[in-house]
Design a binder for this molecule. Sequence first.
Ligand SMILES: [Zn+2]
Length: 404
Amino acid sequence: MSDLLERLQRLGEVGRTGEGIERPLFSEAEHQARTLLAGWARASGFDVQQDAIGNLFIRRPGAWASPPLQTGSHLDTVKGGGRYDGAYGVVGGLCALEALARRGVEMRHPIERVAWAGEEGSRFPKGCLGSSVYAGLTTRQQALALRGDDGMSFADALRGPSGLLAEVPVRETPRMPCGYVELHIEQGPILERNGLRLGVVTAIAGQRRLRISIGGEAGHAGTVPMAYRRDAFNAAAEIAVELERAARRIGECVATIGMVRVEPNQTNVIPGRAEIRLDVRSVDDERVRRMIDELEQLARAVRERRNVSIELEPLEERAATPLDPALRGAVRTVVEALGHPVFEIPSGAGHDAMCIAKVAPAAMIFVPSIGGASHVGHERTAPEDLQLGVTALAETLVEADRLL
Ligand SMILES: [Zn+2]
């Protein structure tokens, strides 16, 4: 078995529970994963460094003393996560650097492989934490003050036994890269359904989340005639179904009602209150805005028709992140040279590349997820696709080195 597959399998044992993998940031398991990576990198002769908030770097020097070309992803997982989300990009980045070193490819730029700290937001209430601080979108102070779901602050966890690696030098000032390429599993079904092995990512979807609170009137399920009812759940259901229709009509966007709360939630009581939460995403911010317009119109119509109160409360908003045209072109060139069709695909999920794209040209390469499954223990990608992705990454770094 290759180094890539062997290492992924080894990492897949770290933090394994019954349902999948659990490696929240600065947990024992996540610390062990970073230790393994640092050990593998050192054994291959790379310089290993970390920064003050736990991002882990390995470096291959270039001919120029220029800003580095970076590739990276994350080692933390969601609860019950899979073995490839994040870990693939980190291990794959190391394997790509090793392949370039083995072939004696001389690069102009230094190349860095980064394992970004805490991408999933599965312990501290902020996703893409390490890359966001690195890019200056979140201050170090804001990060240190965050409190995890176990009550411990980020600052304490960082100083604790599972925080920074003991024997790795800490780098003080972050140096922004001149380019960034992230290799990741697709986490959806599109590549597999189209019989494709590589995807060139166009953009990372923007997202809005809203809370929709509906007030009706609770009552006896047997005595209140239908005409007199103000059923909060049925109002919520009507909104949900109409939003689904709107998303299909608008196209190239996805809308999900993934959370529903009904009160008093009893079989023989008409629901007096309901809360649903909407998550809308698209790589085209205009389509997300149109969905929100649809929601506002719907809320007005349902309020009137059903004599209920409806309140909309924004919870989260993030604009779409277009990826760099020139670096995307480099990925396309490589995919073609490897004899595969060029397929452009948007990313519905957020990634560290979102943050780094704010400070440097960024691109992403996707490989297929079997059955589109991700954030689950049975997340899989075919071994030959994993290998192909690493080859594509190494070649893209070479191409980017010429370009930038
Ligand atoms: Zn990920």
